[in-house]
Ligand binder design. Structure first.
Ligand code: DPP
Ligand code: ZN
Length: 871
């Protein structure tokens, strides 16, 4: 495949200042007339040919400055339209193309989702609408006229502000939208369809009244209220936290059911996967509500970090994505519990980014080459990208960070910027040299920081020795912020001082370094990387007793949670490698958990639920995988042993908690963080009770399902039953499907829960579900629910030693590859950790991947992933 390289970047030879689009929507023959006001780029190559991108387009006509061009005046192939000798001054190009939205199964460009016309142009979908300079550093002002059958598409939406609308004869009508803000083509969008609207209004701090609209399929309006509220809260938060106000008279969100991504930040017209808009207590879980809030915020925040300041090229994707994830994480932390949210951010990072960074698909946060950009919307670019921004804030402090952000927005507004531009803003306000810090953007892999400590009782000093390493990549050390403190038998040792760690922040800038605390009255336990201050692995040989001291006494909630995780991780890894796990070895941990629950569970149930959660099977595999061989069955068995022990020893307390946390009858459902936290702990308790006593578990789960008034409790009950084979499980699954048969988003949960049952019969179950009348390869949510949940959420069955799990996923990938390569490639990334497996499974996985590689007609998307996975 052709590699596109960062080092080859050069500015476009031509610019487009204004775009006028006339789009006549028809289900199979949509006509697009693009009138482009163009000129040579003063910093481009004079006299260069003009090469416009295009894909799957029918060219109907082409005119230059009003003169039709005959076919020998230009070159046309499958990916471009070339004018060999364009004018040397400003000129106007008029291009007429035709596309078939109904046949567009790739869901890139203009397509129809349940009869609704919509677009997706990031990263390079605009070229599937018209020939264009489809690159983010070409920014234009767009005016769009959309015309459609009034009956088929009474709602017509575009970017920017509405300018005009009216009848167009023959049962058709039109709307004109004008977006005054120059933007790259990837932010273009239009929508046409029969949609209901929920309306709201927001007045910005600049005094602008903004009309807010959320558009959903007819009948769904009530389920969009939560999203609307999240828009309003996001707008207010960005003003208060970052001084960013909205800049158009309207802000619209449209929910569609067929969407490759989560959502898209098109200027003034965000288009969403309906999964991240629609919510009601009966159909959405607490996790769904939290995701809706976070994604609404994320896309809205892009209006500044992404749209007003966009990316020069796709290598800079983290410039908008990492920064915007950081911003949405801050929003959620301010809205919910900061500690709880931080822990869930880190869980996501470890579940998705750490394995990526440890496997063949590892890449720098700013990649330096790609064959297919759609394969770089990764956990590394997004989540690790956000961690880099957070580290920057930790190192320079909150105030300097805010000043730097203000400067970044001020100096880069209206431009297509780079990571260097971003860092320069912070260098300017702090007078610091950030060139060493910038290495975070260049170096793939998760660094390890190895730490030893020694206490000198005479001098009352405690020395901490650090060593950072990042095997596999060459280069000078990273700048790693270590937020830390000391904890003694009585709690935080606030009187201890380390000069080089002002405010408890130590910057590890060398490969090795030593930090000395003075005035340390007794041998301490160090609390390291508080709040997970850097995306690293920490190697520190603490005893279980030391970890459990932190669980009890640390002032940093993240490290309290981490302490319980660390002890659990060590036990499970030891047991996974042994024939006869000694469950009693867990009792110090179990006792500490019990004491914790007694003291704090009711005070902060959400936090307590996290403390009770063990590292996932994936986390454990990833930890073992470093230099060893992963056997998913052994991991599961060991982890279940620990869960059972906790459930057995704490059963009374857990039962008591379920009672204490029960809602009083008639309490109305609220998705707020406190209520969600109570449900989380209640359901964590149920889960542990059921592992320890499956017979009681079946009864309790069945009772919970029977009385549930919301999806969180109903699904938690079903999740418990799903792990206990028997007629009750099958009956509950059947009832659930019956009850929600006309609720696609709920059926997705039903597919997912069955795909993750860790039993050998799951394969046949999935085969049957693929034949289910509601299963469809054209709906990405459904495919992800069944196949994606299986590969990412069912480690023992996906990694079956006989290879049948791999065959299931590779079959699904190949079946999808021609119709929706982006989705197919995403599913294939499930093989990203295959090299860590024990030798038999490794060889079976290798064969499965080879089978894909040997196909003759692979998309670029899938071929890129399979090639890199096998490299
Ligand atoms: N829509 C995707 C996101 O917001 C890509 N920009 O992350
Ligand atoms: Zn984004």
């Amino acid at each position: 495949p052709t590699m596109i390289r960062l080092e080859d970047y050069r500015p476009s030879d031509y610019l487009i200042d204004r775009v006028e689009l006339d789009v006549r929507l028809h289900s199979r023959e949509t006509r697009i007339t693009a009138t482009l006001a163009m000129r040579p780029n003063p910093v481009g190559r004079a006299g260069a040919p003009l090469v416009l991108d295009g894909e799957d387009l029918t060219l109907v006509s082409l005119a230059l400055d009003g003169q039709p061009l005959c076919p020998d005046a230009y070159g046309l192939n499958a990916t471009s339209l070339t004018l060999p000798n364009p004018p040397s001054e400003s000129f106007t190009l008029r291009i007429e193309t035709q596309v078939n939205p109904t046949a567009n199964t790739r869901l890139m460009g203009l397509y129809r989702s349940n009869g609704v016309y919509c677009t997706q142009c990031e990263a390079d979908g605009f070229r599937r609408i018209t020939y264009f300079l489809d690159r983010p550093d070409v920014m234009a002002v767009y005016t769009t006229r959309i015309e459609a059958d009034l009956d088929e598409a009474p709602v017509l939406l575009g970017n920017g502000n509405p300018a005009d609308s009216g009848p167009a004869g023959d049962g058709r009508h039109y709307a004109i939208w004008h977006d005054p803000h120059p933007k790259p083509a990837y932010l273009f969008a239009l929508v046409g369809g029969r949609l209901d609207r929920v309306s709201g209004s927001f007045t910005t701090m600049e005094g602008r009244t903004v009309d807010l609209g959320i558009y959903v399929e007819p009948g769904q309006a009530a389920r969009a209220e939560y999203a609307l509220d999240a828009v309003i809260r996001s707008m207010a938060w960005d003003e208060q936290a970052f001084g960013r106000a909205y800049d158009l008279d309207v802000f619209n969100v449209v929910a569609v059911s067929d969407f490759n991504m989560g959502a898209m930040e098109n200027k003034g017209l965000n288009i969403f996967n309906d999964k991240f808009v629609l919510a009601s207590p009966e159909t959405a879980t607490d996790a769904d509500y939290a995701n809706i809030e976070a994604i609404i915020a994320h896309e809205y925040f892009h209006n500044w970090s992404g749209n007003r300041v966009t990316c020069r090229d796709w290598f800079q994707l983290c410039l908008k994505e990492g920064l915007t994830v950081f911003r949405d994480q801050e929003f959620s932390s301010d809205t919910r519990s900061r500690a709880v949210h931080r822990i869930s951010e880190v869980r996501t990072l470890r579940a998705r980014q750490f394995p990526e960074d440890a496997g063949p698909l590892a890449h720098p946060v700013r990649p330096n080459q790609y064959a297919e950009i759609n394969n770089f919307y990764t956990a590394t670019v997004y989540e690790k990208g956000a961690e880099i921004v957070r580290m920057l804030r930790t190192l320079i402090g909150g105030q300097a960070f805010r000043t730097g952000m203000d400067r970044y927005f001020a100096t880069c507004d209206g431009t297509a910027a780079t990571v260097e531009d971003f860092l320069a803003a912070f260098e300017a306000v702090t007078s610091r040299d950030l060139s060493a810090f910038a290495r975070w953007y260049e170096r793939p892999g998760t660094p390890t920081v190895s730490i030893t400590g020694d206490y000198d009782p005479e001098a009352k000093t405690y020395r901490i020795n650090f060593r950072q390493s990042l095997p596999g990549t060459e280069g000078p050390p990273l700048v790693i912020p270590v937020v830390l403190g000391l904890v003694g038998p009585e709690g935080a040792m606030d009187e201890a001082r380390a000069e080089r760690a002002p405010g408890g922040v130590f910057a590890l800038e060398q490969e090795t370094d030593t930090l000395t605390f003075s005035n340390v009255a007794a041998a301490p336990v160090p609390s390291l990387f508080r709040g997970f201050s850097a995306p690293v692995r920490v190697a520190f040989e603490a005893t279980d007793a030391q970890h459990l001291l932190l669980l009890r006494h640390d002032t940093d909630p993240f490290n309290r949670w981490q302490a319980a995780q660390s002890v659990g991780m060590r036990l499970v890894i030891r047991w996974a490698g042994s024939d006869s796990p000694e469950a009693a070895e867990a009792d110090a941990l179990v006792e500490a958990l019990g004491a914790f629950l007694d003291a704090e569970a009711l005070r902060d149930p959400a936090f307590a639920a996290l403390i009770l959660s063990l590292p996932s099977e994936g986390d454990i595999a990833n930890e073992i995988g470093i230099g060893s061989a992963v056997d998913p069955d052994a991991i599961r068995m060991a982890r279940e042993t620990l869960r059972r022990r906790i459930g057995e020893r704490l059963s009374d307390r857990l039962a008591q908690l379920r009672g204490d946390l029960a809602d009083r009858p008639g309490t109305p459902f609220s998705p707020d963080a406190a209520s969600a936290g109570r449900r989380a702990l209640r359901n964590a308790a149920l889960d542990l009770i059921a592992v320890a006593d499956p017979i009681a578990g079946v009864d309790l789960a069945g009772e919970q399902i029977a009385t549930a008034t919301n999806m969180t409790d109903r699904l938690a009950g079903l999740g418990v039953l799903a792990l206990i084979a028997g007629p009750q499980r099958e009956a509950a699954l059947k009832d659930f499907a019956e009850r929600f048969r006309s609720e696609p988003l709920v059926l997705d949960k039903w597919f997912a829960i069955q795909a993750t049952i860790p039993e050998s019969g799951t394969l046949e179950r999935i085969a049957a579900l693929r034949q289910h009348p509601t299963f469809s390869n054209t709906n990405p949510n459904r495919v992800r629910a069944l196949i994606g949940s299986f590969s990412s959420g069912n480690p023992t069955q996906f990694n079956r030693a006989d290879g049948a799990g791999y065959a299931l996923v590779t079959d699904a990938v190949l079946a999808l590859d021609q119709s929706n390569p982006q989705l197919a490639a995403r599913l294939l990334t499930a093989f990203g950790s295959w090299r860590m497996l024990e030798p038999n499974r490794r060889s079976v996985a290798h064969k499965a991947l080879d089978r894909i590689r040997s196909q003759t007609e692979l998309s670029r998307d899938v071929s890129d992933i399979v090639t890199r996975t096998l490299a």
